[in-house]
Design a binder for this molecule. Structure first.
Ligand SMILES: [Zn+2]
Length: 465
């Protein structure tokens, strides 16, 4: 299995530190709103990396954080007149619903900044003690010049960076490249006590601390979006390697940018979408399939036409599976001699699939192998086939799709809209009568049917997972 390592700029054989076990850290979202499609891509990509490693027999310890202390969260809390934890808890719950909708396996642990404060303070103190950080009037900054390897991930040169940096109003820093580890409290903000007074951590320190606490000083894989390479991941390396004295992450994986209608997604351009905006139009599984149809390191372009094409592609796979299901119910007998040749041929697609995935998780080629298996099934399996052949081909198709987290069992066409709506009505009535146990039971029943419900101001909205 080869991984393109951003740190070395080449594809390398993946060899975990401990045989059979993988320590993987993925940067998670800042929870001030529903996750956007820029968050959905790494969710799906790195979940697929994990699933493929598990398929290859590796045990993956998968850590993904939630940034629950941030200016955006605080600003939203002030606007709504609530505590910032109300905002972060709300959007953590929503992010988890979206992850479930995308069929992302739950992380081994989802640490939150607010719950890691003692460890954060401890690492900042270590950095001060070792001469990599300094305090000025209640702020603590990382001294980038003290760390020799600064710039090694992004390939940036610190002197050039410094020359190009804007003169900042904040003159308490020794260099404009230094970054904040601890900020002093401002009125109305959440704050924690520390040796440097009341305040809160800067953004970068949390990932260094959580990776160390849940995975150890050196981890196998660190992953995230390409936009995080600089400064976030560069700063994580500076913090972790200075504090721990050993290499931080052995393989760095980054997914490419997201464009919308061929333009970079941004709030100012009005082409900024949350995942909920998208799943109001297409089911979650189409979004997942769409993301996997491209190579994870290439930019991906969201447009209605491309989503539609992905939906059509997924439908082709699902109708093949449905047809095989039907044939399975109506066939019997073991493989004939001639059929065993066909059965063997059907297993060749798995070799192509594995070769693609072993080559830096080329899901685009893996999906092509699945499409070719569909074509093969459509031409070689029919009413005259034995049960033995039908089940061999069907198992292959289901298994390959399953490795990519694509479920074939929940089909939109099979959805009983009337039943769903009557269950939702019953749940609304149960809530009105304060029968929360029944309301939860119905939510679970819907979830088992593959239906995700969401309570909005305008009423209950439902979508297909
Ligand atoms: Zn991070």
């Amino acid at each position: 299995m080869k991984i393109y390592n951003t740190l070395t700029g080449v594809k390398e054989d993946f060899v975990p530190m401990e045989a059979g076990k993988v320590k993987m850290y993925v940067c998670g979202p800042t929870v001030y709103d529903y996750i956007h499609i820029g968050n959905a891509r790494p969710y799906v990509i790195f979940d697929t990396v994990r699933r493929y490693m598990e398929y290859r027999g590796l045990e993956v310890n998968y850590v993904q954080n939630f940034t629950d202390v941030d200016d955006k969260i605080i600003n939203k809390a002030i606007k709504e007149g609530v505590d910032s934890s109300v905002i972060s808890e709300r959007y953590i719950a929503e992010a988890l619903k979206d992850a479930e909708g995308l069929n992302v396996e739950p992380a081994t642990v989802n640490p939150k900044v607010t719950e890691e404060m003692p460890e954060i303070i401890e690492m900042i103190q270590t950095l001060i003690d070792k001469g990599y950080a300094y305090e000025v009037d209640g702020s603590v900054f990382y001294d980038t010049k003290a760390f020799d390897g600064y710039g090694k991930l992004s390939g940036k040169n610190i002197d050039e960076l410094e020359a190009g940096a804007r003169i900042e109003v904040d003159t308490s820093k020794r260099s404009p490249m230094d970054f904040v580890l601890w900020k002093p409290k401002k009125p109305g903000e959440p704050a924690w006590s520390s040796p440097w007074g009341e305040g809160r951590p800067g953004w970068h320190i949390e990932c260094s601390v959580m990776a160390k606490k849940y995975l150890g000083n050196t981890i196998d894989i660190h992953a995230g979006g390409e936009d995080l390479i600089f400064p976030h991941h560069e700063n994580e390396i500076a913090q972790s390697e200075a504090a721990n004295g050993v290499q931080f992450a052995r393989y760095w994986m980054h997914n490419g940018f997201i464009n919308v209608n061929n333009e970079k997604m941004s709030k100012s351009k009005g082409n900024f979408f949350t995942l909920r905006d998208i799943v109001a139009e297409v089911p979650y599984d189409v979004v997942r399939f769409f993301i996997l149809s491209g190579h994870y390191r290439s930019p991906i372009n969201f447009s209605r036409e491309l989503m539609q094409a992905a939906g059509n592609g997924l439908d082709r796979i699902k109708s093949c599976a449905k047809r095989l299901d039907f044939l399975l119910e109506n066939s019997d007998g073991a493989l004939t001699e001639q059929e065993s040749v066909t059965a063997d041929e059907s297993k060749k697609f798995r070799q192509r699939f594995e070769a693609a995935m072993d080559d830096d998780f080329n899901t685009a080629n893996a999906v092509t192998a699945i499409f070719d298996l569909v074509k093969f099934a459509n031409s070689k399996v029919d009413e005259g086939s034995s049960r033995g052949l039908v089940s061999t081909v069907k198992d292959e198709l289901e298994s390959l799709c399953g490795i990519l987290g694509i479920r074939l069992d929940k089909k939109k066409a099979d959805i009983d809209v009337e039943k769903i709506e009557s269950l939702i009505e019953e749940r609304t009535a149960a809530k009105k009568n304060k029968d929360y146990a029944r309301a939860d039971e119905i939510r679970q029943q819907l979830s088992d049917m593959g239906i995700l419900i969401e309570d909005t101001r305008a009423g209950v909205r439902w979508s297909v997972m």
